[in-house]
Design a protein around this ligand. Structure first.
Ligand SMILES: [Zn+2]
Length: 196
């Protein structure tokens, strides 16, 4: 088990389907280790419900849409419920991180016109510009002002895509803990991420 986990985490983002990533993170989620983010109670949460959401990814040169089940846990201490969303998933959005990074890579390599990129990925132009804006802002938060000036957007995207899952997961977690929202998260509501 530990061996498989280690091998898995040494793979990078493009080696795994969004479904595999989601299942992996959820399999690693341990209810007994979960601390209620509202009241801080330990060992007080239990499985409460689940809801379906779409997870759109870009894999093997095509758009793929998965339906995943988000676990909601109930804290028996304070009565609040919490959706368990792995760091690799962007809260309040359907697109996977890899999908957005792939679109942005096309944008920064000038692989086509804005309209051609949007047609290819079936997104609106306003969505593309939203992602560009978010990415630029979050890149600076991730790297810091100085490093942000040194590293181009395209190099940063390539780094993220080629990070091992362990390194990417660690970076996403640090980003979330530092800013209280997730990398490339456009809707700023309070979210709690669970990680293995
Ligand atoms: Zn609680």
């Amino acid at each position: 088990m530990i061996r498989e986990f280690t091998v898995f985490c040494n793979l990078n983002l493009i080696s795994l389907s969004a479904r595999q990533l989601f299942d992996h993170f959820m399999n690693c989620f341990k209810m007994e280790d979960f601390i209620c983010p509202t009241c801080g109670a330990r060992h007080s949460c239990r499985s409460h419900a689940s809801y379906k959401r779409y997870l759109i990814s870009y894999e093997s040169g095509k758009t793929v849409c998965y339906q995943v089940s988000i676990l909601r846990v109930l804290c028996t201490s304070c009565g609040h419920t919490h959706a368990i969303i792995p760091e690799i998933i962007i809260p309040y959005g359907s697109y996977s991180i890899l999908f957005i990074l792939t679109v942005l890579r096309d944008y920064y390599t000038r692989s086509g016109s804005i309209q051609e990129i949007c047609d290819k990925y079936e997104i609106s132009i306003s969505t593309l510009y939203l992602w560009i804006h978010l990415f630029r802002r979050h890149k600076q938060l991730w790297l810091g002002v100085l490093q942000d000036h040194i590293m181009s957007s395209l190099d940063f995207i390539r780094c993220l895509i080629n990070f091992s899952m362990r390194k990417l997961s660690s970076g996403l977690k640090i980003f979330f803990l530092s800013h209280d929202f997730s990398f490339l998260q456009g809707t700023l509501k309070t979210a709690h991420s669970a990680s293995p």
